[in-house]
Ligand binder design. Structure first.
Ligand SMILES: Nc1ncnc2c1ncn2[C@@H]1O[C@H](COP(=O)(O)OP(=O)(O)O)[C@@H](O)[C@H]1O
Ligand SMILES: [Mg+2]
Length: 379
């Protein structure tokens, strides 16, 4: 206090003159710290701070609870006495401290074995602020959900193949037989009205057989194993165009065949589902299948010139609500590889956009523009 009561320099005199203001500011800072402390104490996320020598300088209630009663006296302790420096979480903490950068990552805890943490480290003037949440249960639930989604999708594939075979081998044959019987019946019917009814019945049977052929083809396209994605989509779209009268163009690099097999299969299923929807709902005359690399993603677009989405479907699609099984399973197939799928109405028709991160598609495309082909023009 001695130097404050007897200022020697002009600056000291000014400071003494400002003393009430400085005390007021200190009280404000104290209140702000108190408020911050009570907020941090009440949040469910765990939080602690480290100085630059990795000593724990503060921690909130949630972190205390998580660390457990045996390690309650952690203040002032070196982090490395609590947690192995080689643990995954320790490496991220060191990376944040040394690089002076904010990092968020899911890591395994070095303090409690088998626990998974959502960890956020932020550099501070003192050292580092560390926030974490134990996400072990969420991660396990997500893994179980992914596994279930995978099983659902392969069951769906198997079921479709079974239905397609059944329809092709049995139902279509019954229709062929019914058509033959109708033709035989014609010779026994003499009245004009009777002939007319018979012709209408024969037309209906023929139409049913045509629809069945289209559906069975859409349900179970030819084998990806032999032809790769580019060849399979070419053949599939050609068959689709032939059966439905739709004009289909494809833009796809041959290098699509070098994608991992599971990714090729997922993309083929999305195309298959999108084409089925075009056939069932769009009343379109033309569609385009376009696969290309854009920035750091692989983009598949299926575009038709049909009636577009109804208002209800468009609103549901925009709000992220669940649509039918078809769109939901297309989305699930993309989400499994970290991607996404959107259904959009455009000026004339509908656009399906599937996006996948490029990790597994780096040798694909690289700016090379493949020629667009029109299978319906070939057949
Ligand atoms: N190409 C399209 N043109 C018009 N409407 C479409 C198209 N694709 C999807 N839809 C709409 O989206 C809805 C959801 O599709 P989907 O999930 O495949 O279910 P489903 O085909 O069994 O009805 C369809 O019922 C239809 O209204
Ligand atoms: Mg559908």
């Amino acid at each position: 206090m001695g130097d404050l009561s007897s200022p020697r320099t002009a600056s000291e005199k000014r400071q003494q003159h400002d003393l009430p203001g400085r005390i007021g500011a200190a009280v404000e800072v104290d209140h702000a710290n108190e408020r911050l402390r009570s907020v941090l104490a009440s949040v469910s996320d765990c939080y602690f701070t480290l100085d630059r020598s990795y000593r724990v300088t503060d921690l909130n209630e949630a972190a205390r609870d998580w660390v457990g009663p045996d390690l309650d006296q952690v203040l002032g302790t070196s982090l490395w006495d609590l947690c192995s420096p080689d643990a995954e979480c320790s490496r991220v903490i060191r990376e944040g401290m040394e690089g002076r950068r904010r990092i968020r990552r899911e890591v395994m805890s070095g303090l409690r074995r088998g626990r998974c943490l959502d960890l956020l480290v932020c550099p501070s003037t003192e050292g580092l602020s560390v926030f974490f949440t134990d996400v072990t249960e969420q991660r396990a639930a997500k893994a179980a959900l992914d596994e279930l989604a995978g099983r659902f999708l392969s069951l769906q594939d198997e079921e479709r193949q079974r239905i397609a075979e059944e329809l092709h081998d049995s139902t279509t044959q019954h229709l062929v037989a019914a058509d033959l019987h109708l033709m035989r019946l014609k010779q026994y019917v003499s009245s004009g009205e009777g002939q007319k009814v018979l012709n209408e019945a024969a037309d209906a049977v023929e139409e049913a057989a045509r629809e069945l052929r289209s559906f069975t083809y859409l349900l179970h396209p030819p084998g990806l194993e032999h032809s790769g994605l580019a060849g399979t989509v070419q053949a599939f779209a050609a068959g689709f165009a032939r059966r439905t009268g739709l004009d289909a163009s494809i833009r796809m690099p041959d290098t699509a065949d070098s994608l991992p097999f599971d990714v090729q299969r997922a993309l083929l299923r999305v195309i298959q589902e999108a084409l089925t929807n075009t056939y069932r709902h769009a009343a379109a005359s033309r569609l385009i299948i376009d696969l290309r690399v854009e920035a750091d993603t692989l983009k598949l677009r299926v575009l038709d010139d049909g009636c577009g989405l109804t208002r209800g479907v468009r609103k549901a699609a925009e709000s992220g609500a669940l649509l039918g099984v078809g769109v939901t399973s297309m989305q699930a197939r993309m989400v499994r590889f970290g991607g996404s799928l959107r259904l959009l109405s455009h000026a004339r028709g509908t656009l399906v956009v599937a996006t996948l991160p490029l990790g597994f598609a780096s040798d694909l495309g690289s700016g090379r523009e493949p020629a667009a082909t029109s299978p319906s023009a070939v057949h």
